[in-house]
Design a binder for this molecule. Structure first.
Ligand code: ARG
Ligand code: ZN
Length: 848
């Protein structure tokens, strides 16, 4: 069934107060709910509550148990046919079985711990409710559990805590802030608490409580430090303070997504919160900090002000990703963060927007909302917010944000409400800008330069999809001469027409335009320059992002050309670029690493368009790396020596930059089958005091495994022996094999005793990596079928994960004919067996 934005109607009933009693016993949990209902429609309407998989025990109105003919229960609804007009109290009792909840939505078990995930529509799997984000209530919760579960958590502040006569534990929670059901959370178990404190700007003392299973209690110091950073930053940068006496975080090993911003009780995938040098790489540390920030920032952008309906999801997600990106940029390196975010957007979001599940930042319809937690809603949504900031300026953006939080506190609102605030604060007409919310696809912009008298005319042409109107976007530019001399800086142009041009006084001969500086607009620019012109910008552009991007375009164009014609001369401009970058690696190793990191294959596929075998793209990339390794070996060797590990390990900073640079350079030599690094590699692996170096060594050995598999194999053996007791490290161990193994090796991983489709992290470690990062295995005979078998099984056990993992197979549009035919055949087979709305929506769109 399709749900449409155009069909939105305010709810017929509202809920002002909720009182839940959750009684947990092994094998069954009972939920008693008392809801204060208020009529919200002019004419009295039946009350239709949402529910799923509930065993209904009783229904009462104002204390009187209803006869069975006073209400109707279906698989997904409970309808009270003639409710009292005005106000009344509804009491229900239901029974659920969290122990057999494999979907990980609603109340489920992860190991010995009970926990919840309610966004978007999981609360209906706990009790009958108006499970929609525009129904906001004040909640109290009592958790009643056996003594074996001393840790009983929910939202808000703890207001009661007792052990009953029969030895059971009872804890009461009260949340003073109105919230929709998707922000409800509950955790029950025997957990270890690590605590700390934060004092807010206005003097509120906040307890910081981080809960883990026993074995992980020593891995939360970094998360706690990050919470404090996030709290202080949101006060400084957005004037937002925390608003409860306690801020709680719980780490959960079985979790569909990264983390969840439940009011006062954030629940995290262990992979996004635990960090020590032995279990987290440098990138993982940065991710923990960013996701802690992200969930914390939701306390305002999401919780205090929430979404009216799920079409508005990007209202909270786009804004919050923008906020967490700014947090990271302020704490770490702003240029590096921008480069990494744009690279991620181009790799993942551009591909999504060009594929069968393309949708606007504010979708107009969906079958299953879980399928819309996408890079478009999150990352493109954040780019749209960033464009607003660029267009109106940082101060007016802050004023618009203040206005938004003040005007809509405690309400459920829309993307338009957000833009209205930016419009009012800046006085700028943002009517046309709103097309970014309703029109999908990556805009392509053609840029051309022509002589105009003694000056030049720079013309921008928006290539639009059928039926689309031009976007309004910032297009900041600067002008350079052919030798790289700056001619004109800070041209803050904006585009709002299909075609428009700007006259400049510089003659067009050899004029170089630095276009879309800082990647201000999330578009694809087509501006025909040759490699030597790009090289001038890669050396001289004063905009750090565009300096990097000029190099990026050199690599993409050379690689794309090489796929069609393996001419070693095509590699010269890349070598030239890398030479220049490495000459300066000591000044800024992080930026050097970004320059010599080759783009993901998907960016080359995007550049090439139709009818390309992804395996050939990969092989061309490997051939380029090998050739660079051969040509640059003598330059690289001494740099590797200069990048010897520094002890003790510190995450981030100069150390992290040097580790990643080491890994990239060592891989070039490994591609070139240069065995001279073997000894140093073994030493680095054995002597490592941190996971980053261990994984980097395994990556280099994985590349070398092509001609010499023994080192990779022995590293895997040692790593497994040392770390098999750590689930997150077993994930890493599976990932490395999924990345470098052939089809048979990957089939074997699925049979491994430690593999489990039931744990999302483990399933992703093999299937997500094999399908996205190992084209040779994925496109090998049987590769698509291997994935399809797992998807068919997940369709039953955990459809949300099934629908995500199948996506790589749906991106077949530009593959070679035989690959396309095979993919369609396998997808048709899946379409016959899949039953879940999640999988059916994704597969159905792919076959349309
Ligand atoms: N709101 C969460 C976040 O972005 C993600 C929740 C996703 N849940 C889901 N069922 N898809 O932090
Ligand atoms: Zn979020």
């Amino acid at each position: 069934a399709v749900t449409r934005l155009a069909d939105y109607r305010a709810p017929d009933w509202l809920i002002s107060q909720v009182a839940l009693t959750v009684t947990i016993n092994d094998g069954e949990t009972e939920i008693a709910a008392t809801l204060e209902l208020a009529q919200n429609s002019a004419d009295l309407q039946p009350l239709v509550l949402d529910g799923e998989g509930l065993e209904t025990l009783s229904v009462a109105i104002d204390g009187v148990i209803l006869d069975a003919d006073a209400y109707v229960v279906t698989a997904t609804t409970l309808t009270v046919l003639t409710p009292p007009a005005g106000h009344f109290t509804l009491q229900t009792r239901v029974r659920i079985k969290p122990e057999s909840n494999t979907q990980l939505e609603g109340l489920y078990k992860s190991g010995d711990m009970y926990c919840t995930q309610c966004e978007a529509e999981g609360f209906r799997r706990i009790t009958w409710f108006l499970d929609r984000p525009d129904v906001l209530a004040i909640w109290t919760v009592r958790i009643d559990a056996p003594a074996s579960m001393p840790t009983l958590l929910s939202n808000g502040n703890r207001v009661g805590d007792r052990t009953t006569a029969d030895g059971r534990r009872q804890v009461d929670w009260s949340d003073p802030h109105p919230k929709p059901a998707y922000l409800f959370a509950l955790v029950a178990g025997d957990l270890v608490l690590r605590n700390d404190r934060f004092t807010t700007a206005s003097g509120r003392e906040v307890d910081l409580h981080v809960y883990t299973r026993q074995a992980d209690a020593d891995k939360v110091d970094f998360a706690i430090a990050s919470i404090k950073q996030a709290m202080a930053w949101d006060e400084r940068r957005f004037g937002r303070e925390y608003d409860l006496d306690v801020f709680q975080v719980v780490a959960v090993g079985d979790f569909n997504m990264g983390a969840m911003e439940n009011k006062g009780l954030n629940i995290f995938n262990t992979s996004c919160v635990l960090a020590t040098p032995d279990v987290a790489t440098d990138d993982a540390y940065e991710r923990v900090e960013a996701i802690i920030g992200h969930e914390y920032f939701h306390n305002w952008s999401g919780n205090r002000v929430t979404c009216r309906d799920w079409f508005q999801l990007s209202l909270k997600e786009g804004f919050t990703v923008y906020r967490d990106a700014e947090f990271t940029a302020d704490l770490r390196s702003r240029p590096v963060k921008r480069i990494q975010d744009v690279d991620f957007l181009r790799t993942h979001q551009f591909a999504e927007d060009a594929g069968p599940t393309s949708h606007p930042v504010r979708p107009a319809e969906y079958e299953e909302i879980s399928n819309f937690y996408t890079v478009t809603i999150y990352e493109k949504g954040a780019e749209v917010v960033r464009m607003l900031e660029t267009l109106i300026g940082r101060d007016q953006f802050r004023a618009g944000s203040d206005l938004y939080f003040e005007r809509f506190d405690g309400q459920a609102v829309t993307c338009d409400d957000f833009v209205d605030c930016m419009q009012q604060a800046s006085g700028r007409d943002l009517t046309q800008f709103r097309r970014w919310y309703s029109q999908n696809g990556t805009p392509h912009i053609n840029v051309s330069v022509a002589a105009d008298g003694d000056g030049s005319r720079i013309t921008f042409r928006q290539q639009l999809r059928d039926g689309q109107a031009p976007f309004h976007m910032p297009m900041p530019c600067s002008l350079y001469a052919a030798d790289g001399a700056l001619l004109e800086q800070g041209l803050s142009w904006e585009l709002d027409q299909v075609e428009q041009s700007f006259r400049v006084n510089q003659p067009s001969d050899d004029l170089l335009v630095s276009v879309n500086q800082g990647f201000a607009a999330p578009v694809r620019i087509h501006y025909a320059l040759d490699a030597s012109q790009r090289d001038v910008l890669a050396r001289h552009d004063l905009d750090g992002f565009n300096r990097w991007d000029a190099g990026r375009q050199i690599v993409i164009e050379a690689w794309a050309a090489y796929v069609g014609n393996a001419d070693a001369g095509l590699i010269d401009p890349i070598e030239h670029l890398f030479d220049a970058a490495l000459a300066q690696f000591e000044q800024d190793p992080a930026l050097t690493a970004e320059i010599i990191r080759l783009p993901d294959d998907s960016q080359i596929l995007d550049e090439l368009g139709a009818d390309v075998d992804p395996v050939r793209v990969r092989q061309a990339g490997d051939a380029i790396r090998a050739e660079l390794g051969r040509r640059m070996g003598e330059l690289i060797q001494p740099i590797l020596l200069a990048l010897e590990p520094v002890k003790p390990y510190q995450p981030g900073g100069d150390q992290a930059a040097k580790r990643s640079l080491w890994c990239l350079l060592a891989q070039l030599l490994a591609h070139a089958a240069d065995d001279s690094i073997a000894d140093a590699l073994t030493r680095r692996f054995v002597g490592a005091d941190n996971l980053t170096d261990r994984m980097n060594c395994m990556t280099v050995a994985g590349v070398m495994a092509r001609h010499n598999p023994s080192m990779f194999q022995s590293m895997l053996t040692i790593f497994h022996a040392d770390w098999q007791h750590e689930p997150l490290l077993l994930d890493q161990w599976f990932q490395q094999q999924a990345r470098f193994g052939d089809f048979d090796a990957i089939s074997a991983l699925l049979e491994h005793a430690d593999f489990s489709l039931g744990n999302p992290n483990r399933a992703r470690s093999v299937l997500g990596v094999f399908t996205r990062a190992n084209p040779e295995a994925f496109h090998a005979p049987g590769g698509y079928e291997l994935l399809a078998g797992c998807v068919a099984s997940l369709d039953v056990s955990n459809p949300q994960i099934g629908a995500r993992l199948v996506i790589p197979l749906t991106r077949y549009k530009n593959w070679s004919t035989s690959q396309r035919e095979r993919a369609i055949h396998v997808l048709k087979g899946l379409d016959k067996v899949c039953q879940s709305a999640d999988c059916r929506e994704v597969i159905g769109k792919a076959l349309k």
